[in-house]
Design a binder for this molecule. Structure first.
Ligand code: 1CP
Length: 340
């Protein structure tokens, strides 16, 4: 029964027999079986076929007793519905970056049916085969993080073209963010209808603006998007990365869970925002060092964070060179903790 899914209980800040755990990028390149599949299929092939996407979503669950499946797709997956073309190398590379109001105006109005139908099908198929007690998570990129790739053209340190565009053409940026937030609200709601128990909004590049600029440019869109998803009854996990200066701002947005990286003091955050559940926040770099340092970091985390409303995760995606023993060590620590 849905009410027994540990992550859902943690989201509601109810007591759980142990803390729930999932890992950002859990179906990624650290898994030998994923690397094998990548020998014969491109990332695009894997993410655009509902059957392959379902298969990849299940890979980490076959190996580990994780408490959630996160659907194998990318933040870019719904953007073809807006007329955007891109490839992966290994991150997203956009064919025609957006650099003017005219480019923004040329985006197609998003038809809800066309927003990554392969992801919607993969969610339905995954729900049919995962254990009843495993939660299914949907996700999307936050409007700003999507705009980062659309304007810059690809992931570049600190996204200078994006920041310049936001400063020089704020109206064009504003219309771009509006189009993206409208589309993402629909997309997240579609994912919930297809079986996602909760959705994570990835604002990976949140931190590159000042608080003032964030308030002016980003807050209104993120707020509206989150409200629409909340009104549809879908629990929201809001992830911000490299943005300690924006923590108060994100905590004031409507979301059930605040997901934070390792730069942020998790126990302070938990105390300060006790209306939210909290997700995080082991530094993924520690896992590269093997089982012992991972075990220590996991023990430290559970010692300092109150278990009520805590979803254990890393502070960012698991790195491709992570040894499997580190993942096992993390799971062991979480599973061996007896809360009651
Ligand atoms: O095999 C490969 O070469 C592809 C690597 C890869 C993978 C495994 C990419 C390209 N995307 C993904 C899957 C993915 N991306 C998931 C799947 C679910 C999971 O297991 O967690 C998710 C949730 C994402 C989300 C994503 N994509 C984000 C937000 C989270 C984060 O890491 O900050 C971002 C910023 C992207 C862009 C992206 N796509 C791929 C890469 C390597 C990147 C980031 C690097 C860059 O900007 O160049």
């Amino acid at each position: 029964m849905t009410k027994d899914r540990l992550i859902m209980k943690a989201i509601r800040r109810e007591e759980t027999p142990r803390r729930p755990l999932w890992i950002m990028r859990q179906a990624g390149r650290y898994l030998p079986e994923y690397r094998n599949l990548r020998k014969t299929h491109s990332f695009k092939d894997l993410s655009q076929s509902p059957d392959l996407s379902t298969e990849v979503t299940l890979l980490p669950l076959k190996r580990y007793p994780l408490d959630a499946a996160i659907i194998f797709a990318d933040i870019m997956s719904p953007l073809p519905a807006l007329g955007i073309q891109f490839d992966f190398d290994p991150g997203p590379v956009v064919a025609n970056p957006i650099r003017s109001q005219k480019d923004v105006a040329a985006l197609m109005p998003s038809d809800p049916e066309k927003l990554a139908p392969e992801v919607v099908t993969a969610l339905q198929q995954t729900r049919e085969v995962i254990p009843e007690e495993t939660a299914l998570l949907g996700f999307c990129g936050a409007p700003w993080t999507l705009a980062a790739y659309l304007v810059e053209g690809r992931g570049v340190k600190d996204f200078p073209t994006l920041r310049g565009f936001a400063a020089a053409q704020p109206e064009a940026m504003n219309s771009l963010l509006k189009k993206l937030s409208d589309a993402m609200a629909m997309y997240l709601i579609n994912q919930a209808k297809a079986g996602a128990d909760a959705v994570q909004i990835f604002d990976s590049w949140a931190g590159i603006l000042s608080l003032n600029d964030w308030e002016k440019l980003i807050r209104p869109h993120l707020q509206t998007m989150l409200e629409k998803v909340g009104e549809a009854g879908v629990p929201r996990i809001l992830f911000l990365q490299n943005a300690p200066h924006l923590l108060d701002a994100y905590a004031s947005l409507p979301a059930e869970v605040l997901a934070i990286d390792w730069r942020i003091n998790i126990e302070d955050t938990q105390k300060r925002y006790n209306t939210h559940a909290i997700q995080g926040n082991i530094d993924p770099a520690i896992l590269l060092q093997g089982a012992d340092p991972t075990e220590q970091a996991a023990k430290q985390l559970i010692n300092k964070v109150n278990p009520i409303g805590h979803i254990v995760n890393l502070g960012h995606g698991i790195l491709p060179k992570t040894p499997l023993e580190s993942v096992e060590a993390l799971i062991d620590v979480v599973h061996n903790e007896k809360i009651r």
